[in-house]
Write a protein that binds this ligand. Structure first.
Ligand code: SAM
Ligand code: SF4
Length: 496
């Protein structure tokens, strides 16, 4: 008699109702947007073979080994994908953008909201066909969702070969070099010292490089899964960061964006985040410095001073608010009141003229009353953010707020979300139209997506600017006169 345990797990999975459920719900891919999937560009000069190969199945398939990674979630995940490609490079793996050609297929995942996890499960159901078509292909899940669900993932997706948490990436080359890969590898130990400072990431081409300055988070906001899946806060050593940025400058990158869940809490010995900004500003070739996300409670006067006095630090700040009712902020355990946040914005705006601000907002947190929501709405109208990332609360198992249950229906959360989206859309449009007639400095990134022959780039305030192409090339700083604007884009004419 055939039992679950003695038939091939993929076959058993393909025959199971779960598989058809995943396939039936498959969506077009890849979608676009900040919290959506990003398939990384391949890089040139990355074609070495695995020196100590013991795996027959790879050799049977093709000469070089290829890895395909789809990235979900925030910029930190994108930076981790680049890190993983850097980790695999000395082992002979080159990136591919075509899943059908890959020997190793990885999804680098996000656990922030349930929706993001559901999307990944659907995508896995779609990718499993490559294992059936080409035996030997390894399929894995890495990142926050892998850490969040760990072994349980193998019940839902028994065909997975790899489950790698954010601190376990060093295990991957070891596994790939093993002859016997029949058992799935689950590596999910969090490591409070892991910074991957020894790895040189393989970056996407462009003018902007994302550099992870710190990993993990110690804040434990009651809604958030990050501290549980990314572990304790730790900073990459200052010298390693500066060395990385010098290399980036030598490779032609013009802008660095330092990343961390509470990036302004960065420290290495006596050096704090303001020292990192100042030392980076001294690196020749780097024209702009940005960072995300600073936490309001860690926004020291030293950091504000560095922003105000280093011309290379761009006049733009993403300062997550989450909610503007003290009752809700307290239950979220955010560590500030709305008055303290407002006073911080005032100090920042006084110190950095023309500062553009963006934020994160959650609606429908457990216990959020209509009056709390109105306070958030009114505060957003008063602060007038340049842009905002707005989310419906998503209960995450393992967090403190999860135990409180949901107090609002999906419909009510949706209504609140639509209200603030409409408000923000109006404000973003008004603020962008105020720039008409001004000249902004644009760091050119490349051709505009929609208008043929036009160029696109970002202003210092991190606004997308498009203008008819001239002789400017990616990486050039070009003065552009703004002639019209929408809520999302400034349209201009190059002044030279
Ligand atoms: N560390 C940043 C901070 O707190 O300032 C935020 C990082 S978090 C990865 C990005 C955003 O996701 C948060 O600012 C929050 O708005 C949103 N988020 C986190 N957990 C959420 C949840 N359970 N439901 C909805 N949105 C959530
Ligand atoms: Fe999550 Fe709060 Fe840490 Fe941000 S600061 S990552 S919201 S726990």
């Amino acid at each position: 008699m055939s039992t679950e345990s003695n038939i091939d797990p993929i076959r058993s999975y393909l025959l199971s109702p779960h598989y058809s459920l995943l396939v039936a719900h498959n969506v077009p891919f890849p979608p676009r947007g900040r919290n959506e999937a990003i398939a990384l560009d391949s890089q040139s000069g990355y074609n070495k073979k695995l020196p100590h190969t013991t795996s027959k199945r790879h050799e049977d398939l093709m000469d070089t080994r290829k890895v395909y990674i789809e990235t979900y979630g925030c910029q930190m995940n994108l930076a981790d994908t680049e890190l993983l490609l850097g980790l695999l490079k000395p082992h002979g793996y080159e990136p591919t953008q075509v899943a059908a050609q890959a020997d190793v297929i990885l999804l680098n995942t996000c656990a922030i909201r349930e929706h993001a996890e559901e999307k990944v499960m659907r995508r896995l159901g779609n990718l499993v066909r490559y294992k059936a078509q080409r035996p030997g292909v390894l399929l894995g899940l890495m990142g926050c969702m892998a850490q969040h669900h760990r072994e349980k993932l193998l019940d839902k997706a028994p065909f997975l070969d790899l489950v790698l948490g954010p601190d376990a990436y060093h295990n991957l080359p070891v596994l790939l070099a093993q002859e016997d890969k029949d058992e799935p590898l689950v590596a999910v130990r969090l490591d409070r010292d892991e910074t991957y400072a020894d790895i040189s990431p393989v970056r996407a081409e462009g003018v902007r490089a994302w550099v992870t300055a710190m990993r993990g988070c110690d804040k434990f906001c009651t809604f958030c899964i990050v501290p549980y899946v990314r572990g304790r806060e730790r900073s990459v050593p200052l010298d390693a960061l500066l060395e990385q940025v010098r290399e980036l400058a030598a490779q032609g990158y013009k802008e660095v964006v330092y990343l961390g869940q509470t990036v302004n809490a960065y420290h290495d010995g006596d050096c704090d985040f303001s020292d990192l900004l100042r030392r980076t500003a001294a690196i020749e070739g780097i024209e702009r410095i940005r960072f995300t996300s600073p936490h309001p409670s860690d926004m020291s006067e030293r950091v504000i001073e560095a922003m105000a006095t280093c011309p290379k630090v761009a006049p733009y700040l993403h300062l997550p608010l989450q909610a503007a009712s003290n009752r809700v902020l307290e239950r979220m355990e955010r560590g500030y009141t709305v008055e303290q946040y407002a006073a911080l914005v005032e100090r920042l705006r006084a110190a950095v003229p023309g500062l553009a601000l963006s934020t994160d907002i959650i609606v429908g947190f457990p216990g959020e009353e209509e009056a709390d929501f109105r306070a958030t709405y009114d505060f957003m109208a008063e602060i007038r953010y340049d842009s905002a990332f707005m989310f419906k609360y998503s209960a995450r198992e393992g967090t403190k707020a999860y135990k409180w249950g949901e107090t609002l229906s999906e419909e009510e959360k949706g209504r609140r979300l639509q209200e603030i989206i409409a408000l923000q859309e109006r404000i973003s449009g008004e603020l962008n139209r105020q720039t008409i007639g001004q000249t902004v400095e644009v760091l050119v990134e490349g051709p505009a997506k929609r208008q043929k022959g036009w160029l696109a780039g970002k202003s210092g305030q991190f606004k997308t600017v498009v203008f008819p192409g001239n002789s400017a090339r990616p990486g050039d700083l070009v003065p552009v006169l703004v002639v019209s604007a929408t809520a999302h884009t400034l349209v201009g004419e190059a002044r030279r």
